[in-house]
Design a protein. Structure first.
Length: 82
């Protein structure tokens, strides 16, 4: 039976094996250049991904919504690009 990754209840089941974290507004989940320490499932709220352009200005890369995963670079131990 194939795993359907669009099924949000499927991802929520994995929370039993993780740690529930809370972040204050405008705080960092992780920063560009860090090696991934884990995958994050967004249960509630929004996560803004930004980067810095060559002029040193912050640019918006993505906005992640509830029931989405972020930090998947942790699976390959690749540094975060944003």
């Amino acid at each position: 039976m194939p795993i359907i990754f669009d099924n949000h209840s499927y991802w929520k089941d994995f929370s039993l094996y993780g740690e529930r974290l809370f972040f204050k507004e405008n705080s960092f989940v992780y920063k560009k250049g860090e090696i991934g320490k884990g995958i994050y499932y967004i249960e509630k709220g929004l996560v803004k991904a930004t980067s810095i352009n060559t002029k040193g200005e912050e640019i918006l890369v993505n906005i992640s919504l509830p029931q989405q995963l972020i930090g998947v670079q942790a699976m390959d131990q690749i540094v975060h690009f944003s």
